[in-house]
Design a binder for this molecule. Structure first.
Ligand SMILES: Nc1ncnc2c1ncn2[C@@H]1O[C@H](COP(=O)(O)OP(=O)(O)O)[C@@H](O)[C@H]1O
Ligand SMILES: [Mg+2]
Length: 301
């Protein structure tokens, strides 16, 4: 085989790691070349993450289209949360994490030395797996971000100084709660402690808190995994509504949920590899990879 022929095989076929229950196969770069109409919001190129000696994400490249829902699926430990945290540099907070590669937001590199992380996390907001409201009022939970960013002034000192604008705060809180599909359930008790809400309500409150700072991208890490079926259905409806205005990237290990809520699906498998990325219908009905077919049909994972 000539040197060139060898190189071209190397660029389309990568080595892979499997766990029991998975068949072996050669990965192909074209399985992750998802072509879509419209603009890309996030462009990930050659992303590698190590935690100490562990290579948790291997050479991930993918384009995430704007104003749509991208699902990330795969078995536990395959790097979904790690990938999600790379998109707003939350992994920077983990000392052992070494991140290499490129992530661009609207074409601009987020991994440049002088990047403003506060501004980045405002543009790329996050909703976590377990709802984590502050032990404060519903209103304060929602207005927290805008207050921190100096967009509204509330509280005792601002009131004493005559700087507080309650109308502005009320408007902002109502808008975020409406967008998070929670307003009707809490409008008469905004000053109650958020810890008194149900789990499903708390998760929508955390979404409202994220929306209040006016993000462009919303990252959600298994947002419904701690919720009952009715609360889960509400979160799924919410995700669908949000994608009209926002770019949503959602991790789920529930295949039916991914099929219901997403426009495109990225399948990560053991070893931290992105195996296949395409329209959700294609991934679930006719994937290229045998391992992806086995995974989405529940044969392992
Ligand atoms: N903070 C961390 N420190 C060290 N290792 C981590 C950390 N977070 C994740 N890992 C490791 O990286 C791999 C991917 O984890 P994760 O991204 O949480 O996967 P998933 O979300 O798909 O379950 C796992 O092997 C996990 O043990
Ligand atoms: Mg995870």
């Amino acid at each position: 085989m000539s040197k060139n022929a060898l190189q071209s095989t190397e660029t389309t076929q990568r080595q892979q790691t499997t766990t029991s229950g998975e068949s072996t196969e050669q990965l192909r770069d074209e399985w992750t070349d998802y072509e879509f109409a419209g603009d890309s919001k996030l462009s990930v190129e050659g992303l590698n993450v190590h935690y100490g000696d562990e290579h948790a994400l291997k050479d991930i490249s993918m384009e995430i289209p704007e104003r749509s829902v991208t699902a990330l699926v795969g078995p536990s430990g395959c790097g979904k949360s790690t990938f999600l945290r790379c998109l707003n540099r939350m992994n920077d907070r983990i000392n052992s994490a070494q991140i290499d590669g490129s992530v661009r937001l609207d074409g601009e590199e987020i991994y440049q030395d002088n990047a403003n992380l506060v501004e980045l996390r405002k543009r790329v907001g996050m909703v976590f797996q377990a709802p984590n409201p502050f032990p404060k009022s519903i209103r304060d939970n929602v207005s927290y971000g805008p207050r921190k960013h100096g967009e509204i002034k509330t509280g005792l000192i601002a009131r004493l100084l005559g700087e507080a604008n309650e109308d502005e705060e009320d408007e902002l809180v109502e808008r975020a709660l409406r967008n998070a599909a929670l307003w009707d359930e809490v409008s008469d008790r905004l000053d109650d402690n958020a810890m008194g809400l149900s789990g499903g309500q708390q998760q929508r409150l955390c979404t409202a808190r994220c929306l209040a700072t006016d993000p462009e991208v919303i990252l959600m890490d298994e947002p419904a995994s701690a919720l009952d079926p009715i609360a889960t259905a509400k979160i799924e409806d919410l995700v669908d509504d949000l994608s009209e205005e926002y770019t949503v990237v959602v991790v789920t290990h529930n295949m039916q949920q991914a099929a219901r809520i997403s426009d495109q699906t990225a399948v990560f498998l053991t070893g931290g590899e992105l195996v296949e990325y395409d329209e959700t219908g294609k991934i679930f009905e006719n994937p290229e990879s045998q391992r992806v077919e086995d995974y989405v049909s529940g044969k392992f994972g």
